[in-house]
Design a binder for this molecule. Structure first.
Ligand SMILES: NC(=O)c1ccc[n+]([C@@H]2O[C@H](COP(=O)([O-])OP(=O)(O)OC[C@H]3O[C@@H](n4cnc5c(N)ncnc54)[C@H](OP(=O)(O)O)[C@@H]3O)[C@@H](O)[C@H]2O)c1
Length: 485
């Protein structure tokens, strides 16, 4: 058997097969919490097999409390948890409370890995939260910081802004290979590791569903199955998914020949993701006390795919429609590939990212940079259907976002423009004109490509020029005009 453990970051070694506890929230969906002692017993059974690492979140029902119950009995566990705050302004008190709550529930004085989920990049609060979490890390309450469902652009942006991110938890499976693209490149460039969930698509990627009829998406399914049924639809539907299962079955049978315990279809699906270059570990969900697959899943570490298997699996995946966009888009834009098919389980509202002041027929947005105060301008002004966004740089309060990387700065600038537009009731799609000023001597191409990545489907008129931009580290400045239909 291969080493079941891997270093995720200095001082933190985790199981390569992490046990995921979102399923606890589902088991508690009727309202009654699991008995923490009995559930901790079931969790302990996983740890006894060597699977000592568990993934949870503040909103996974009583998962953190159950973990804390087990932690009182043994000290060989690693807890990866998350903070998933509702969108809106980030206060120091809210961050302090979130950290204190996790510490108390987990019964520890230091969280091994705290993973943060951002709902909207147009609201810079997500960066504020990360900067504040980094202070908790410096104070010793968090060992390492991670992200979850972050896309490649914003992972890169956070790291270049000085946040010491070690991991990103994303969906990654035979059904959903988005993480194999730009995400893997960013991870490799910065030494970040992926924690992959959805590797079994809620159990659909196993022999149980081979040749079975399509189940309707309703409450008879687990939440996890409801979620991945939507992925299956997005990938081309149940019949095409059955084609993939047929290939996985063939690979499992061939690789299992002569093996005393055989190779399961789930083993093949897990192994495919575990072998991907940036992946540190896969997270496999467990319904504590109801079903355990620890024995079968450990066999993933006793097998390997060969070139033929990889070719067959890649070819089968290529017959599916790719899940569009980047990692985490399923939580940020339609079609929402969540259990409920929308964000109703997660978010109550999206407050305006920036404050708006009204005066007569005009509305003015402030993004709080010192420049706006002393130079006497607004980030954006709306009069009727027209919105003008001022020349915008990658400054956020007193901070520079994106470091001295022109592409990362450009993406943050466009996020800021988007946030200003949203505050005035518009979207990036309403932009009809952009003017881009690039500091003399800075490579224009990454800036143009970042602009292209965000505006390719919108196609505003554009001017891009070299200029002597103000501010030493501010390499790019963009202004925009929008027309609301
Ligand atoms: N960051 C995020 O946004 C996010 C989102 C989703 C999940 N996650 C994390 O990832 C974890 C995994 O959740 P998931 O929803 O992606 O589910 P998953 O791991 O794809 O599927 C879990 C289900 O697969 C079945 N299963 C496990 N091992 C099996 C095997 N060897 N053979 C056959 N079936 C097997 C089990 O079904 P039965 O219980 O019916 O036997 C289990 O409940 C979560 O608990 C959570 O920690 C994170």
């Amino acid at each position: 058997m291969e080493d079941p453990r891997t270093p995720l970051a200095p001082g933190l070694e985790i199981s390569r097969i992490v046990t995921g506890l979102w399923q606890v929230a589902d088991q508690e969906r009727a309202g009654a919490a699991l008995d923490p002692r009995a559930a901790a017993d079931a969790m302990g059974d996983y740890a006894d097999t060597g699977l000592t690492t568990f993934d949870m979140a503040d909103h996974y029902g009583s998962a953190e409390v159950i973990a804390g119950t087990l932690a009182a009995r043994r000290d060989d566990l690693q807890f990866l948890t998350k903070w998933v705050p509702e969108p809106g302004p980030a206060s120091e008190e809210a961050v302090d409370e979130a950290v204190a709550r996790a510490l108390e529930r987990l019964g520890t004085d230091c969280i091994d890995l705290l993973q943060f989920h951002a709902w909207s990049y147009a609201d810079p609060s997500w960066l504020d939260c990360l900067f504040m979490l980094a202070e908790h890390q410096a104070a010793g309450r968090i060992r390492h910081l991670g992200l979850t469902n972050c896309d490649a652009v914003h992972l890169d942006m956070a790291v270049r802004s000085g946040v010491p991110i070690v991991s990103n938890q994303v969906c990654f499976s035979l059904l959903d290979r988005r993480a194999a693209g730009a995400m893997t490149e960013v991870c490799r460039a910065h030494g970040i590791r992926l924690l992959a969930y959805g590797t079994l698509a809620g159990g659909f990627l196993s022999d149980r569903w081979l040749g079975r009829d399509e189940p309707p998406i309703d409450e008879s399914l687990t939440w996890s199955q409801m979620k991945y049924r939507r992925f299956i639809d997005r990938a081309g539907g149940w019949d095409r998914f059955q084609g993939l299962l047929g290939v996985v079955d063939g690979v499992a049978r061939r690789l299992g020949e002569g093996q005393p315990t055989g190779v399961s279809m789930a083993n093949v699906a897990c192994r495919y993701v575990l072998e991907q270059p940036a992946v540190a570990g896969i997270i496999v969900g467990a319904r504590l006390g109801e079903n355990s697959h620890a024995g079968d899943n450990l066999r993933v570490l006793c097998m390997a795919l060969d070139d033929e298997a990889r070719r067959e699996l890649d070819a089968a995946c290529a017959l599916l429609d790719p899940i569009g966009g980047d990692c985490g888009d399923e939580y940020r834009r339609p079609p929402y590939l969540t259990a409920s098919g929308d964000l109703s389980h997660h978010v109550t509202s999206f407050p305006a990212p920036y404050p708006v002041r009204r005066s007569g027929a005009a509305e003015y947005v402030s993004t709080g940079t010192p420049w706006e105060e002393f130079a006497g301008f607004s980030r954006a002004v709306r009069r009727g259907s027209r919105i003008h966004v001022a020349g915008t740089t990658a400054s956020h309060g007193a901070r520079l976002i994106g470091g001295r990387d022109p592409a990362a700065q450009t993406h943050f600038i466009i996020d800021k423009i988007e946030g200003a537009l949203q505050s005035l009731g518009a979207t990036l799609e309403d932009v009809v004109r952009t003017r881009v000023y690039i500091r003399e001597g800075v490579d224009w191409e990454p800036v143009a490509r970042a602009h292209g990545a965000r505006f390719a489907d919108i196609r505003p008129a554009n001017t891009t020029v070299y200029a002597n931009t103000v501010g030493d580290d501010l390499l790019v400045e963009i202004e925009a005009d929008a027309e609301v239909a």
